[in-house]
Design a protein around this ligand. Structure first.
Ligand SMILES: [Zn+2]
Length: 374
């Protein structure tokens, strides 16, 4: 059963806006070919010449590389600048040469490098090549950088988003049951669609205690409930908002007279009463000042911008959605909107977010569905 479940899909952590922006920024640097025995002297010279790498953080780049370890186009550029006249001499010394990242072309001129390095040993070649400006945020990206630009190291950290170890720890907790909760979200979505009260969108909210997750709210979309059938329906009845309202109801019921609660929910804009067979609301939500503090939310679709902000403001800890909504979704940073509303430094709260990629289903909005606000 375990392996069968895990085969059906996987969690893909969302990229933050900073990660998306940083993904392919490159800079031009000088590379010098230095005899192996002069390597440390040359590096010391370069460090004196360009203190702190001119304010750039180049820690992710291998400072020295064997010529055979750099991409072929870099090898070819080096070969092209070596003088053919001194071919024999070069062939002899090549085995004993290292390539050194000197620094950004912005920070120094080629003449200054030659002048300074000549005091150590005249470099057999100096070229300009592109390197990634920012550290890779995954091993895959480091491998790609290494084959495309220059040998690059992944340090298992992420300056542009949540730390990879926190993400993988959370994934360990989520992965096993993710198919179950996504299936429940899909089922409640189908229920509201069948009832004609909303779009086929569903949400499950979970509370996790000692590693055990229990649903506190299950809600489908109800945008067409008591609402005229034109434009986009009742935005306050999106599945995410209904689920949050159900959690709020749970709190309120504990605090207020039950009669008052019933009266307000009958007349209010929010369709926060559970209606179908599957919908439920368990009033055990947190009472620590923030509505959904560290709760988990599963959505069939990437929530719209409004719902994504509601997720942030309610202080959910984790969000998982099924189908990407590039035109209307608020969570992804690499969609058409690009808001990345789960991890931005200007927001007062950050949460972890994943797409649940189900191998049996299309994971992006389908034709005709792409303008739907989930
Ligand atoms: Zn929404």
């Amino acid at each position: 059963m375990d392996s069968e479940r895990s085969k059906k899909g996987r969690l893909i952590p969302l990229k933050t806006t900073l990660e998306v922006e940083a993904r392919d920024r490159v800079i031009d640097v000088y590379i010098a070919s230095i005899p192996l025995r002069q390597a440390s002297n040359a590096l010391n010279t370069v460090r004196r010449l360009i203190p702190n790498d001119g304010g750039l953080d180049l820690q992710h780049l291998r400072r020295f590389s064997k010529p055979s370890h750099v991409p072929l186009h870099v090898q070819a550029t080096i070969a092209s600048v070596k003088s053919p006249a001194s071919g024999t001499e070069n062939a002899e010394s090549e085995a004993g040469e290292l390539l050194l990242v000197v620094g950004s072309v912005e920070s120094i001129s080629k003449e200054t490098i030659i002048e300074s390095l000549c005091s150590v040993h005249t470099p057999s070649a100096i070229i300009i090549t592109q390197v990634p400006l920012l550290a890779p945020t995954s091993q895959e990206q480091a491998t790609r950088f290494s084959s495309q630009y220059w040998p690059t190291v992944y340090k298992k950290s992420n300056p542009f988003g949540p730390h990879p170890s926190l993400i993988s720890r959370a994934e360990e907790e989520l992965a096993y049951e993710a198919p179950k909760w996504m299936a429940l979200a899909v089922a409640v979505a189908q229920e509201t669609r069948a009832a004609g009260t909303g779009e086929e969108i569903g949400v499950v909210v979970l509370r996790r205690h000692d590693g055990i997750a229990t649903p506190v709210a299950v809600a489908g979309d109800m945008r067409w409930l008591n609402w005229p059938r034109f434009k986009t329906g009742n935005p306050a009845a999106h599945a995410v908002l209904r689920a949050i309202a159900m959690v709020a109801d749970g709190l309120r019921r504990r605090k207020e007279d039950a009669q008052l609660a019933a009266a307000t929910s009958a007349t209010g804009l929010f369709r926060d009463e559970p209606r179908g067979e599957l919908e439920q609301c368990d009033s055990v939500a947190g009472d620590d000042g923030y509505l959904c503090h560290d709760l988990e939310i599963y959505c069939t679709h990437e929530p719209c911008v409004m719902c994504a902000m509601a997720i942030v403001h309610s202080r959910f800890g984790r969000a998982v959605f099924g189908r990407r909504m590039p035109r209307t979704g608020g969570l992804c940073a690499d969609g058409e909107l690009g808001h990345g509303l789960f991890w931005r430094k200007e927001l007062n709260w950050t949460l972890f977010a994943w797409q649940w990629n189900n191998e049996n289903e299309d994971s992006t909005a389908q034709k005709g569905d792409e303008d739907l606000h989930a």
